[in-house]
Design a binder for this molecule. Structure first.
Ligand code: TYD
Ligand code: MG
Length: 455
């Protein structure tokens, strides 16, 4: 017998409580409890979460056959790489991102380009006409393989899946879906959880891969509960600055591949373009040599690319010197300026410093420290750095240049892009430097790097 029960569910973490509470004791958030009605006591098998496609006997892991797991190429190199080599049958891929970043575009574009694969694109946000308009913008390819439907009821979606028998299912977005089994509004934690569990069960049974699009909250986490991330196989985050053209697809969780991978795209008027050489986006095209510009070999995920760091040091206009950064950590800049004052006689209190990472990228890689510090010095002394030189290295408090990760890839990328020399930390182990066609300068202190650059 089905019974209804009232519970209070934290909209932040999904924690349930029999009574209303001001503060969720599980996640510490305030005012997140919402009353929801739940139907319990249905059949045992309809419980979400306990999804097992086939009930089989346990076998030794060495005897499990894997060859019947062919991956479906998405026809998009960047997406394939982030997925770990393609779509796995029955995998549920959650794509999160801020509104307007291009999630629907990415998934629709992938769906249209999948050769000989039937895709069912379920949209709870847009009408088939709107999807058609978008499809016309993106591709000129014939899109007979992609079927679209506007639907929000999970029960109806499952019927469509039964009728259409698609090879790939797309749900745009999970926050708009609703199931009859739960009374709360679409987008609430229990609706999201129940809808996802239902779709998950169907796709695991039928071995259909699913792209699930999810929105992101103001705080930057996937809207809805963490439980969603536990349920799905792959969590991808689509991010970027809306005012810049590039987009980064980052793997946060992947049961079938590495989470170090990123894919880079550029948003054009005709959809997303794969960017296989990211340096082209982040190296501003400079015509003339200018002071205050340094190029760093940075890493995003596991991909090396070169970025341009621009600094401006000018005489402080007010008592308190100003510091302003775009794409870099302000506290780290302050630390680097203090090192610069100690080691290179930079008059910290007398200078305003502005720092910008070209292309609007946010970089957390500490290996760009050296380029930051030399860009500031270059601007301060009004001396240019040769555009053929790039550098990589973390700077310590005493001005020492510390080793960086994946040095080989960074040098390789610089050599590939035709730089003549690269400054690297002097401590190098296990890297064969002779194989690179680029002059390598080892520096253990920032003074050594400065001597080479400004001699
Ligand atoms: P969309 O995929 O609707 O974002 P999301 O589903 O994440 O909310 O993308 C919306 C933005 O992308 C929109 O502001 C317009 C832009 N866009 C382009 O620049 N080029 C295109 O070809 C398309 C389809 C969209
Ligand atoms: Mg959308």
């Amino acid at each position: 017998m089905a019974k209804t029960k009232t519970v209070f569910v934290c909209q932040n973490c999904g924690n349930e409580s029999p009574k209303w509470e001001g503060k969720c004791y599980a996640c510490g958030e305030w005012n997140t409890f919402v009353e929801e009605t739940k139907i319990t006591g249905k059949t045992k098998n309809s419980r979400p979460g306990t999804v097992i496609a086939e009930r089989t006997k346990p076998v030794p892991v060495s005897k499990v056959s894997v060859e019947d797991q062919p991956r479906l190429s998405t026809g998009n190199e960047e997406l394939n790489r982030v997925l770990g080599g393609g779509l796995v049958p029955g995998a549920m891929v959650l794509i999160g991102g801020e509104p307007g970043i291009g999630k629907s575009t990415l998934v629709l574009q992938t769906a249209l380009n999948l050769p000989n694969v039937k895709v069912l694109y379920v949209s709870g946000e847009e009408s088939p006409q709107q999807i058609k308009l978008r499809a016309d913008r993106i591709s000129s390819a014939s899109a007979d393989n992609c079927h679209v439907v506007s639907e929000v009821s999970v029960e109806h979606i499952i019927k469509h899946v039964d009728n259409e028998k698609p090879d790939v299912l797309v749900i745009d977005s999970v926050q708009t879906m609703e199931t009859e089994r739960i009374e709360s509004a679409p987008g609430s934690v229990s609706q999201i959880r129940e809808c996802t569990a239902t779709i998950l069960r169907v796709c695991k049974e039928k071995h259909i891969p699913v792209f699930l699009i999810g929105h992101i909250t103001k705080e930057g986490s996937l809207a809805g509960p963490k439980v969603l991330e536990h349920m799905v196989d792959v969590v991808l985050q689509f991010e970027g600055d809306r005012h810049h053209m590039y987009r980064i697809l980052r793997s946060i969780k992947n049961r079938f591949g590495s989470t170090n991978e990123i894919g880079i795209f550029e948003m054009l008027g005709s959809g997303l373009r794969e960017v296989s050489n990211p340096s082209e986006l982040f190296l501003a095209t400079q015509q003339k040599q200018m002071s205050g510009v340094a190029i760093s070999a940075a890493l995003e995920g596991v991909r090396p690319f070169l970025i341009e760091i621009q600094a401006l040091a000018s005489t402080a206009a007010y008592q308190n010197p100003q510091r302003s950064v775009t794409g870099f950590d302000l506290r780290r800049l302050n630390m680097l300026l203090a090192v610069l004052e100690k080691r290179a006689g930079f008059k910290l209190a007398a200078k305003d410093v502005f720092l910008n990472i070209a292309g609007g990228l946010k970089v957390n890689d500490p290996a760009i420290d050296l380029a930051v510090i030399t860009a500031v010095l270059s601007s301060n002394m009004d001396m240019t750095i040769s555009p053929d030189v790039c550098m990589t290295g973390e700077v310590g408090l005493s001005g020492e240049i510390r080793p960086v990760t994946r040095l080989e890839q960074r040098i390789g990328e610089a050599a590939k892009l035709g730089f003549k020399s690269i400054i690297i930390p002097s401590y190098v182990k296990g890297v064969d430097l002779s194989k690179f066609d680029i002059q390598i300068i080892k520096a253990s202190k920032i003074e050594e790097a400065f001597k080479f650059l400004f001699a």
